[in-house]
Ligand binder design. Structure first.
Ligand SMILES: [Zn+2]
Length: 133
């Protein structure tokens, strides 16, 4: 479960700060995630590349990230991480130089601010599944 998280990589969509997770082991969750625009690119045990990423999967990973930081939505997470008051000098987890604007935009959640609204109700009283961190 060893991993390194950092805030301050530059989002390829909106140029604001992203949180990134770099895994030192093999095959577990790694991501670039932007709490400003909802951009999320990731790999995990069953997601090896762009073709494996779905909107449902993207929402799920966002939920796990928000759980991990004990935040309920993206604006809250952004504030928690430090907002825009950071130097954008962290490396992104993935390389975005070969992507078009359309391809990058496709990696954003449609409505970032409402993520986890429903999940909070769902998980209350249940046996607390642990996010993969
Ligand atoms: Zn962004």
């Amino acid at each position: 479960m060893a991993g390194v998280e950092a805030y301050g990589a530059k989002c390829p969509c909106c140029s604001k700060a992203m949180v990134s997770k770099h895994e030192t082991g093999v095959g577990w969750l790694e991501f670039d995630a932007c709490p400003s625009c909802g951009f999320l690119n990731w790999t995990s045990h069953d997601v090896r590349g762009d073709g494996d990423q779905t909107d449902a999967g993207r929402s799920k990973v966002w939920e796990d990230i928000l759980h991990h930081y004990h935040c309920e939505n993206l604006p809250e997470l952004r504030k928690f991480l430090g907002g825009d008051e950071v130097d954008l000098n962290e490396p992104t987890k993935f390389d975005y130089s070969g992507y078009s604007v359309e391809e990058l935009n496709a990696k954003r959640v449609v409505e970032p601010s409402v993520i986890l609204k429903d999940l909070v109700e769902l998980s209350e009283g249940s046996s607390d599944p642990k996010p993969p961190f």
